[in-house]
Design a protein around this ligand. Sequence first.
Ligand SMILES: [Zn+2]
Length: 97
Amino acid sequence: MRSRRQSYILHGYTLILLPKHSHASPTGYVKRARLVLETKLGRYIDEGYVVHHLDGDKANDTPDNLVELRDLEHRRMHASRDAITKARDYHGRFAVT
Ligand SMILES: [Zn+2]
């Protein structure tokens, strides 16, 4: 157990070792974004909700960059955002929004 790292990066997310958290993975890690937003809100993120990075940067876990969204709403939002990104790529534009 002592050999486990306190934190590491996986798929762009920073994970923190916190085995007692209700959303800890089987290996005992929680996304730092969740912990930061829960600290900001002063409560746990509800079931069925996820933490979204407003600027799209999964490494940017500053409180102002994080919001909780319903899982379904979140997936819809990413689907439309991705469609917009693809349209931009197709037309060769890479405007930052
Ligand atoms: Zn998101």
